[in-house]
Ligand binder design. Structure first.
Ligand code: ZN
Length: 747
């Protein structure tokens, strides 16, 4: 049922949520921003008949047409059409739902579940365009529309999940005799549909039901306000510095900062904008300790400035409403409700994993701080390492210990070559071929966007389209993400082929010059491509089965990062931008040696956020003061003074800009456990990372199947057992607890 997918995407579309390989690696310039994997690739069922009306918004509602089974009209988007199209799409979807709900015939899979799967085509298409405006080309005008429409969309969703007649039909099928005779994937569609209703208040009656809908509507507003406040603080606070204050900063950063100042009519100065991609390299390289403190404070105060953009009161209200809402459903706390259909199944499982890793991370931080303090002391610096010193001295330790200069590595990381490397990997693992579509044959929303046709290398069969929007520009949100415009299904006997996109914020080079990126950014590039392959390889029959399981959807993308450092990629694609020489073995050895470097910092900043998230959603939030709660929780955990949460509460968009990652931020590490364990399956295979048998098992059991099988079962089919935490500990250079006892198994 698409409504599940639509609503879970709302939070992401009306807000800036997040993706990425949180805490997996030392972070460079990459801003691990949102992507909508799993949640939004599913909105976009394609072929349908357009209404013949002449209302505004026609283009946004109408069927995709043209080549490749139809493609979106990205060249004809008119923002004036958004509201009417959205309203018409919702109305149409509600009419479809009513027709199903009001049927007089006894409910069956064919007359209820199947039409539900088909419903919502038009609205799904409107959301494709909505997503482009929201993420790729935002504007104040669009943000106003978002703010206005958020509660209406929430109300729309409630109308469906609280449709008693519809729920009664779904329930009858779920509990009836026919269910037992259905195929297992069909049973899963029924269960996921039933669960979507049950966990969203369908079992409620009377006042409780009304209150439930009220809460949802208010939450939608609060999530949007939260996100907009963070955005306002990111845009509203810029630190300007002069030419005398550039000490230590790489040339590329200086250039970008100069351009950013000029854009703001401050020619001759340099702008340190309030985003991760600006803050992170500044803190890594700037010699100016006072400025580092200023930039650090500005960044980690987003949403926490005591002004009209302050998010603390909003957090308190969000937590109280979420708690009240799950209370109506009979749950003790939000996390318990949230995790019931996740791979982890219950909060304690997630906490067990985090608490197993936390002490090792803290112990590592102590070592890292000692190493850094030694440098400070040797330089005669009379201060203790502060949070704004961490990245700076870590870089010094990195250079001393591994002699690894990030700028030197960059010379071998050309954006164009990396794309070829990803195509090579997809060819080896998935048997895919990528070819650019004929110029002008597929509409795009900006001239920088490229489109490739994906085909099967052996049969030549069309698989789907891959869009790439690589460069930063005004109105495009930060970070990197993947999204989909149509997902695979076989409804009506038509095989719909996926349309997926990768989006990044690389800085465009001068004409003819290659774009050079950091190792972290290269990993992120592969990461997002992993999401794209997950979408492209889908072979499920029903839209619902394309849906993601939050603590599982990052696994496939994180795993794909591992191919960046395979020999075949290194030898053929990581070549110097001037000489064409492959990256020297010695430098690769250093990169590999450095991969466990800084794990104290990155694991701790991540886990602190994940643990605080889980605490917020397991305590009674009555009268909660987020500021005090955050401090008390961190103190209790023994958070080191030298590190701050990767996302402090007032700008923790993952969990407060929507519900995509709320009580779910642990999911990155959960996926990391699977990633490390699955990577060892390749490492142990005769053909290593290019072993054909393991690759086939990977594609069949863990990619193409999407959510047609319970993720825990899917993983067992691939690995022959549950994942163990040991490989993750080895990857991070932490001691393996208990020598690999059973209690470190992740189901
Ligand atoms: Zn991701």
């Amino acid at each position: 049922m698409r409504i599940k997918l639509i609503v879970s995407s709302l939070a992401l579309m009306t807000a800036l949520s997040a993706c990425g390989k949180e805490g997996a690696e030392p972070k460079g310039a990459a801003d691990q921003g949102a992507e909508m994997a799993g949640d939004s690739v599913d909105l976009f069922a394609g072929i349908a008949v357009a209404d013949a009306s002449n209302d505004q918004g026609d283009t946004l509602l109408s069927a995709y047409d043209g080549p490749y089974g139809g493609v979106p009209h990205f060249d004809e988007m008119d923002i004036a059409g958004v509201k009417p199209a959205l309203e018409a799409g919702m109305e149409k979807n509600l009419a479809e739902i009513d027709a199903i709900a009001n049927s007089e015939t006894a409910p069956t899979f064919a007359n209820t579940i199947l039409p539900l799967e088909k419903a919502g085509d038009e609205l799904g298409r409107v959301f494709t365009y909505w997503g482009i405006w929201s993420s790729n080309m935002s504007s104040p005008e669009f943000r106003e529309i978002q703010q206005e429409m958020a509660p209406k969309l929430s109300e729309f969703f409630s109308k469906i999940t609280q449709n008693e007649k519809l729920f009664a039909r779904v329930k009858a099928i779920y509990e009836g005799d026919e269910y037992k005779s259905l195929r297992s994937d069909q049973q899963r569609v029924v269960w996921l549909t039933y669960d979507q209703f049950a966990s969203n208040g369908a079992t409620l009656e009377g006042e409780a039901k009304e209150r439930y809908a009220e809460i949802n509507q208010r939450l939608a507003e609060l999530h949007t306000t939260f996100a907009n406040n963070v955005l306002a603080d990111e845009e509203g606070y810029v630190t300007y510095i002069s030419g005398e204050q550039l000490g230590g900063l790489p040339e590329s950063f200086v250039k970008a900062a100069g351009a950013a100042a000029s854009e703001r009519e401050r020619d001759g100065e340099y702008a340190i904008t309030n985003t991760r991609s600006s803050m992170d390299p500044f803190l890594t390289y700037s010699n100016e300790r006072n400025l580092r403190e200023t930039v650090w404070r500005t960044y980690y105060s987003r949403g926490d400035n005591g002004d009209d953009k302050d998010n603390n009161a909003i957090i308190a209200e969000i937590l109280q409403l979420r708690d009240e809402r799950v209370g109506l459903l009979g749950h003790d706390n939000y996390a318990e409700w949230r995790l019931q259909n996740r791979m982890a199944k219950e909060p304690q499982q997630a906490l067990d994993l985090m608490e197993a890793v936390w002490p090792a991370a803290l112990a590592r931080v102590e070592e890292e701080v000692a190493e850094m303090q030694a440098i400070v002391d040797a330089d005669g610096g009379e201060f203790k390492i502060a949070p704004w010193d961490y990245r700076y001295y870590m870089e010094k330790v990195r250079q001393a210990k591994y002699d690894l200069n990030s700028d030197e590595v960059k010379q071998y990381l050309q954006l164009g070559k990396l794309r070829q490397a990803m195509f090579f990997v997809a060819g080896e693992l998935f048997n895919y071929d990528f070819a650019p579509v004929p110029e002008g044959s597929v509409p795009v929303w900006h001239e920088d966007v490229g489109v490739w046709e994906v085909t099967d290398k052996t049969t030549g069969e069309h698989v789907g389209l891959w869009y790439l929007d690589p460069f930063a520009r005004a109105g495009k949100r930060s970070g990197a993400w993947m999204t989909g415009y149509r997902s695979h299904d076989t409804l009506d006997g038509i095989k719909k082929t996926p349309l997926v996109s990768n989006n990044s914020n690389f800085i465009k080079g001068a004409p003819g010059e290659p774009v050079l990126i950091s190792w972290d950014d290269a990993e992120t590039y592969f990461h997002e491509f992993g999401h794209a392959l997950h979408g492209l390889s889908s072979n499920v029959d029903y839209p619902t089965l394309n849906g993601g399981v939050r603590d599982y959807t990052e696994f496939q993308s994180q795993l794909l990062e591992r191919w960046l450092s395979t020999d075949k990629v290194i030898d053929n694609y990581l070549v110097h931008f001037e000489t064409g020489e492959p990256i020297p073995d010695e430098l690769v050895a250093k990169i590999k040696a450095a991969s466990t470097f800084n794990q104290g910092f990155s694991t701790t900043e991540y886990l602190a956020s994940a643990l605080v998230d889980m605490r917020y959603h397991t305590v009674d939030p009555e009268g909660i003061d987020p500021d005090a709660f955050e401090r008390a929780t961190l103190a209790e955990l023994g958070m080191p003074d030298e590190i701050v949460m990767r996302h402090r509460s007032p700008h923790f968009g993952h969990i407060f800009s929507g519900e995509g990652y709320s009580a779910g931020y642990y999911g990155y590490m959960w996926a990391d456990v699977l990633t490390s364990d699955a990577a060892e399956a390749f490492a142990e295979a005769p053909g290593g990372f290019y072993d054909k048998d393991v690759a086939k098992s990977l594609v069949d059991n863990l990619f193409a199947i999407r959510n047609a099988v319970d993720p825990a079962d899917a993983y067992r089919a691939f690995r022959g057992r549950d994942a163990k935490i040991d490989a993750l500990m080895r990857d991070r250079g932490f001691p393996v607890p208990g020598g690999g006892a059973d209690d470190t198994t992740v189901e």
